[in-house]
Design a protein around this ligand. Structure first.
Ligand SMILES: Nc1ncnc2c1ncn2[C@@H]1O[C@H](COP(=O)(O)OP(=O)(O)OP(=O)(O)O)[C@@H](O)[C@H]1O
Ligand SMILES: [Mg+2]
Length: 240
């Protein structure tokens, strides 16, 4: 059984059909990459999978570990093990990162004592010692926000982690930290989808599959060599 399957997904945004029949399958414990030109709908796909109400699904279905979740609200998807790390993580005043994670882990059945032990581990893992007690993403730099998203995934160990550009705006050492965290997530059984424009992160964690989204559909699929070919030649040339 696949960890996540999207079948024939048709999704609109602001009244315009953006995804026109996306088929995608993610496997437990594997890293997958999703690439594609700006505006091709990668974030739209991530939002639709996570249940964002502004990205309605008109056709097709989504299965999480074989269970249909196409019409479930986002919190129900999250509780079943679907995690989304945003391309542009929102700043949430009044909510501390630590509190959010304590409640989320509690909701998952992780005990308070486990949390007390694992939160500092996660903070060290993601090099976030100075940020651990702060309000969620408030005033965080671009790279710090990306590490904050990965920290959440690391603690929650979701069935499926959709990571929307976890490497964008991240410095060279930070990409290494993020790549190592992605590998640990996959090794613990999470099916990971990394949306990215850069093959560098994929050199550190070679994906089992690379998907390319263009004109509303998955136009190409291959191994890590596809990411390298795109970097060298661009989407059009590789396709031709
Ligand atoms: N909330 C919105 N309102 C209006 N249009 C939107 C909205 N969200 C996305 N779109 C449009 O949908 C299309 C797909 O956008 P999306 O953000 O999914 O692209 P992307 O592949 O993630 O691009 P990038 O690589 O730049 O992140 C774009 O034309 C975008 O302008
Ligand atoms: Mg995007």
């Amino acid at each position: 059984m696949k960890a996540l399957e999207a079948e024939n997904l048709h999704v609109s945004v602001a009244g315009r059909l953006i995804l026109k029949g996306v088929d995608l399958a993610l496997e437990k414990g594997k890293v997958h990459a999703l690439m594609g030109p700006n505006g091709s709908g990668k974030s739209t796909l991530a939002f639709a999978l996570a249940g964002h109400p502004e990205y309605p699904i008109h056709q097709g279905r989504i299965l999480l570990s074989g269970e249909e979740i196409t019409h479930l609200p986002p919190d129900q998807r999250a509780k079943r093990g679907l995690f989304l790390a945003f391309q542009y993580p929102p700043e949430v005043e009044g909510v501390r990162l630590r509190e959010l994670m304590r409640l989320a882990c509690g909701d998952q059945g992780q005990g308070f004592c486990d949390f007390m032990e694992r939160y500092p581990q996660a903070v060290r893992r993601l090099h976030m010692e100075d940020l651990a007690e702060r309000e969620l993403n408030v005033g965080f730099s671009g790279g710090e926000k990306k590490r904050s998203e990965l920290l959440q995934a690391w603690l929650l160990r979701p069935k499926v982690a959709l990571l929307d550009e976890p490497d964008s705006g991240v410095d060279v050492d930070g990409v290494r930290v993020i790549a190592d965290t992605i590998r640990e997530l996959a090794d613990s059984g999470t099916a990971v989808l990394v949306i990215t424009h850069y093959p560098r992160v994929l050199e550190y964690v070679p994906p089992a599959r690379v998907f390319v989204l263009e004109e509303g559909r998955i136009s190409q699929e291959g191994g890590p060599e596809l990411a390298r070919a795109i970097e060298k030649k661009g989407f059009k040339v590789v396709k031709g």
